[in-house]
Design a protein around this ligand. Sequence first.
Ligand code: DPP
Ligand code: ZN
Length: 882
Amino acid sequence: PHAIHLRDYAPPAWLIDTVDLHVDLREEAATIRSTLAVRRNPAAASATAALDLDGQELELLAVRVDNRVLGPDDYTLTPDRLTLAGLPDQATVEITTRTRPQDNTALEGLYKSSGNYCTQCEAEGFRKITYFLDRPDVMARYTTTIEAERARYPVLLSNGNLTANGDSATEAGRHWARWEDPWPKPCYLFALVAGALVHIEDRFTTRSGREVALRIYVEPGNEAKCGHAMESLKKSMKWDEDVYGLEYDLDIFNIVAVSDFNMGAMENKSLNVFNTKYILAQPETATDTDFLGIETVVAHEYFHNWTGNRVTCRDWFQLSLKEGLTVFRDQEFSADMNSAPVKRIQDVQRLRQVQFNEDAGPTAHSVRPESYIEISNFYTPTVYEKGAEVLRMYRTLLGHAGYRKGIDLYFARHDGQAVTTDDFLAAMVEANGQKPTDPLWAQFQRWYTQAGTPVVSGEGRHDATAGTYTLTLRQTLPATPGQPDKAPQVIPVALGLLGPDGQDLPLTLEGEREAGATTRILALTEAEQSFTFVDVPQAPVPSLLRGFSAPVRLDFKQDDAALTFLMAHDSDAFNRWEAGQTLATRLILADVDARAQGGETAAPQAYIDAIAQTLARAGEDRTFAALALALPTEGYLGQQRVLVDVDGIHAARLGLRRTLARELNGAFRKAYDGNRTDGAFTITPDAMGRRALKNAALAYLMALDDAPARALCLAQYQGAATMTDAIAALALIADSAMDERASCLADFADRWKHEALVMDKWFAVQALSDRPDTLDRVRGLMEHPSFSIRNPNKVYALVGSFTANPSKFHAADGSGYAFLADTVLTLDKLNPQVASRMVKPLARWRPYDTGRQEHARAALERIVGTAGLSRDVYEIVSKSLA
Ligand code: DPP
Ligand code: ZN
């Protein structure tokens, strides 16, 4: 397999103006006739280049050019392209191909899910449907006619508007529908669905008065589970008008939920295809987290209509142009719909857990990568989540109004185009009277080009005589594969200074005449830089990186007392949470070191008191309190270490949980009892907050695994009215050695065996269990009737959860690694994208002891030495061994 490089980008030699697809669906195969209006691209380098179409796994039946049938000597056919030479400058090309959707286990291109046909074309799936210029800078207008058996496939959908339909004139029992999409689009946004589906319907009137029909299609029996997704869609449409001034542009918006889907969802023009996980929800079957996830993903895909569809990417190196921007938009939407600080904390947790991890490993890459072997491997936390942080930094540096001006100019300039992140940057800065070549913005570009997580370190110094406070900050960026040397980036540091009373001080930088705001944005642009504030009579406590103003690791010298002070007083909720996490991280890691020496450290009383305070104030924002009570994850703790002591971290973290559970037992019990919501099905922020807090308290109580806690937990499981409460209790039971463990798990499976998404939770709690026999159980569950290795959700729930269980996956004997290698090899033959996702935890094998390294290396070598490996898995594994 060879790499594709950004520097080799060239405009397409040909353009396609219109595509007329006729898709004939039969049980044995699908036949696709595609009529393309092609013409030479005036902007192309060559005026004589052949028309070189992408195509894979296709059976070519016929080719005609301007109505002339071509013979095999008139074209060149290889396993991945069809080349037509000697065409006139403008031509009509008609290509007929055959594919077998029923055999398509990769879930890319045209495939079947639960007996229904659907498609997934991003990034390069369209070439598995027909020969085409499968690249996002070729935008065409599509007409799609679908023909199928009426009884089995009553619903026929594609992009745009339904313009005609009817019965087959020649064959009884077959019908057809024609869809026309007036908006030119790249082929990755094409979609088609045919099946026995039912739908719910609603309406939305845009602010300019357009009446839009909204439909969500699901398998029969799931109609009642779509209400939340529909509400989320309407809220998204309204929010995009209010906040971005963006309106929907067709009279119909369809969503189809399918159970076999590699990703979360796909933003095909006016026909979004979703993983059922992000549509179906009722309080009995879905957790509060699921409800929030649906709201976010529905919004994300809807927002793509402008950021991705109306303005798309020139090439796949620009993926973050649409993904980073759209994630940022969905994050802000969810923040507005719920608690903004809570949402920010959750987003940062995710960024740290997955993106910082990626930055520290063999597949580290920049937000705009330089090269790839398989583009599917670049739908990453770096492109998505770090990309979103880059958008947030634009807004921090330009202000909300300046950011909006930039967005408006971006659409004014580029609507209908396929563009680059450079175009985006130019629009943002030029709308604000600046230039991309200005030093600040030239340097800001490095967020797109340099990989790795910057480390910001420093210290503050108070001069009592002068009444000044000087903050010195340094930045470094670790080397990453292919990028040994880095240059400083623009790091917006949001800073506050707390006086001894805990109040924010107005901040005046040396040389300024008037006191400024209490939170200032300092632009750290040098490797080391100092900022001096005047009128600071007493030593302040600094609060840095408020709201997590940049995606960096902060290593600021601050003692425990300052951190507990911030936990109690910081006006920035994110930093109140962050101070607690920093303190907990420090305590746990000290204990890890002590344990390595055969000792143990005790948590200081001040920390226990601070947690008691958090509990006492929990009523102010219960979801926030639940997050503040949670200790940093083992994964996050491991990231703080060059050599990860898997078992030490596990033991020390559990040790601190037990200490808090013992010391604050009464307070946790009170928090539990005071927030029971038995019988309350509502998903209001208040009800969700109560459940979050109550379940956080229950988790602490169960850390002791004693009789009172077990009784409480069992009672919650048995009496749970919501899935949130049921699964929270079941997860704790699955971790516990209690006698009822087996019967509760069996009871749950029996009750929910017909609900695939609920069974995913059942698989996950067992794979995440702390019990010693977890791997054996996971192996056994791979044979369970509800498990299928062909269903991505099942694989993510069972295998993915197991790899997220550090002490089990990283077992010293290498059993976890060997299991994963076996599974990845099986998966790779069926679904390379899922296999490649699953192998990533193994690829990050270096920061472990030599015993574990040897086991991991052996597992990776076994994978890479297997004949016929997909490019997807090959790329990840070969990079990890390099
Ligand atoms: N469907 C994926 C997403 O929305 C890829 N575009 O992010
Ligand atoms: Zn997206």
